[in-house]
Design a protein around this ligand. Structure first.
Ligand SMILES: C[S@@+](CC[C@H](N)C(=O)[O-])C[C@H]1O[C@@H](n2cnc3c(N)ncnc32)[C@H](O)[C@@H]1O
Length: 259
């Protein structure tokens, strides 16, 4: 399998122009957490979500396995680092828990679908949370499941910002529950290829992984709207390219002492 830090080594050069302007999930994450909670974004990448929280006067920690993504994040958000509002760390939760505890863990925009060993990852996240902490995960629903016709076909897009024009050729195919994607970015006659593998986790599977890790109150939303959470969804209910799951770490159990 392709290691996701390999994927993001090259992808980091194009990530901001490809995804950096995406905003439609931002208010949703803010609506799910309060300023007095200690918030971590796991898989913060170049800081798209961190920046939004920081601009809204939150303090936040960003953690990622990719040095290249973190480096771009540091450059962009250096003022927030200097003011102590942002802490950034390179850490892999698949390997170990973190040495601090958080109240809210955000795992946004399909970071979890790059995780190859969900059992150890979730156990380590669980161990890095305070009692009653919440975890919020935005999960990928493969494009090919929504439209079989795009499977293995090259799609071409132009990516533009004030300084750069890039042509992106991409195609994807599913092999069981794994999406294999090839992206070819061409800029100034230089071509670079990014290969990624994203695992599709169904609503039932994610519930199993979360509850085996110890999480409770597992709830789903098919939209980025905090008022639309329900106790269960089926795969057939998913009509767009994602769904969201939230869960809680249990609080202290009160034991009644008998005389
Ligand atoms: C699709 S990007 C999302 C970046 C950012 N959250 C956003 O919404 O723009 C996924 C990020 O997750 C990181 N990642 C993948 N596996 C990870 C892991 N096991 N632990 C921490 N970060 C991981 C990648 O390096 C990448 O920066």
């Amino acid at each position: 399998m392709i290691n996701s830090s390999e994927t993001f080594k090259t992808y980091s050069k194009y990530y901001n122009i490809y995804i950096g302007t995406k905003t439609k999930d931002l208010e949703f994450y803010k609506s799910l957490t309060e300023k007095n909670r200690k918030i971590v974004e796991i898989g913060c990448g170049t800081g798209r979500i961190l920046k939004f929280f920081l601009k809204n006067d939150y303090h936040i920690t960003g953690i990622d396995i990719s040095h290249e993504m973190l480096e771009l994040c540091k450059i962009d958000l250096v003022n927030f680092i200097s003011s102590g509002k942002l802490l950034l760390f390179n850490h892999d939760f698949s390997v170990s828990s973190f040495n601090e505890l958080f109240d809210t863990a955000l795992i946004t925009f399909f970071t979890f679908n790059y995780v190859k060993n969900p059992v150890s990852f979730l156990k380590n996240v669980y161990d890095s949370l305070n009692n009653k902490a919440i975890i919020i995960i935005d999960l990928y629903y493969p494009h090919v499941f929504l439209n079989k016709e795009i499977e293995d076909k090259w799609l071409i897009k132009e990516l533009k910002d004030n300084q750069r024009i890039i042509t992106l050729k991409e195609k994807r195919r599913m092999e069981n529950n794994i999406e294999h994607r090839i992206q070819i970015f061409s800029e100034d006659n230089v071509e670079e290829t990014v290969r990624s593998e994203r695992i599709y986790y169904s609503p039932h599977e994610i519930k199993k992984y979360l509850s085996n890790a110890g999480f409770i109150n597992i709830r789903y939303s098919l939209t980025h709207n905090k008022d639309n959470f329900v106790d269960n969804i089926e795969e057939i209910d998913i009509k767009v390219g994602n769904y969201v799951v939230t869960a809680e770490k249990p609080g202290c159990v009160q034991v009644e002492l008998k005389e």
